[in-house]
Design a protein around this ligand. Sequence first.
Ligand SMILES: C[S@@+](CC[C@H](N)C(=O)[O-])C[C@H]1O[C@@H](n2cnc3c(N)ncnc32)[C@H](O)[C@@H]1O
Length: 262
Amino acid sequence: MGIGTIAFFGLGHIRQMSRPSQDKEVSGSDSAHRRPVRSYVLRGGRLTEGQKRALAELWPHFGIDDSDAMLDLGELFGNRAPVIMEIGFGNGEATWQMAGAHPEENYIGVEVHRPGVGHLLLKIEKHGIRNIRIACADAAEFLRKRIPEGSLEGVRIYFPDPWPKKRHHKRRIIQPSFVRLLASRMRPGAILHVATDWEPYAEHMLEVLDSVNGFVNLSTSGGFHNKPDWRPETKYEKRGERLGHKVKDLLFRRMASAPCSG
Ligand SMILES: C[S@@+](CC[C@H](N)C(=O)[O-])C[C@H]1O[C@@H](n2cnc3c(N)ncnc32)[C@H](O)[C@@H]1O
């Protein structure tokens, strides 16, 4: 499965940006099946006029165009500051706040939902943020093809789709193969931070992260962690709170010897 490209409606010029596959089954791959099992379903969702403008005008600077070539992260940002990746940023509210609060770090946001990308670009413009780059792509493919091994200082995945039905559990992004892929792209000492408001998914995350060699749980209890200061409240978190859900954070450190990606 490859990442497709779409012609982008620039004002007078056409840009290319990656577009995740339109397959109904959506991330990660399940080698037992021919069709890849994906962690998302592409929602339609119209772009607002502001988002269209942001995509046309700001994507050339902040967007990561589709390619099969490995990225040079220093070249991408124009400096060698540590790089943190946020996967599935939704509308990017947490992304711009974290990047704005930490100009000494660089952030790569990965999201398949184009209106969310447009929303984040508008926030980047409004708040004058420079240290974010955005990929509109399937995170598993993007990591495999574009991110050098041992290059990320941190990975954050906030409120990933919980896929509550048993038959959909295979679509959950936190799976051993995906976590091994993350480990391969993280440098020793880097932190993987995930959060969810869906208790059964939190238990599943704990089980998966405990089972993958190369990570150590930063919670002294061996379970969930207090919310670290760097995580802003996200849109999905607020929704979960309105429904009375409890939020769980998990923080795992990548140890010196991590397994190869699967
Ligand atoms: C439930 S939303 C949470 C959004 C945001 N993190 C928040 O807390 O508000 C999950 C997001 O992950 C995105 N997503 C799911 N699988 C993905 C993948 N493989 N690559 C990139 N984005 C993905 C979805 O498009 C969706 O926007």
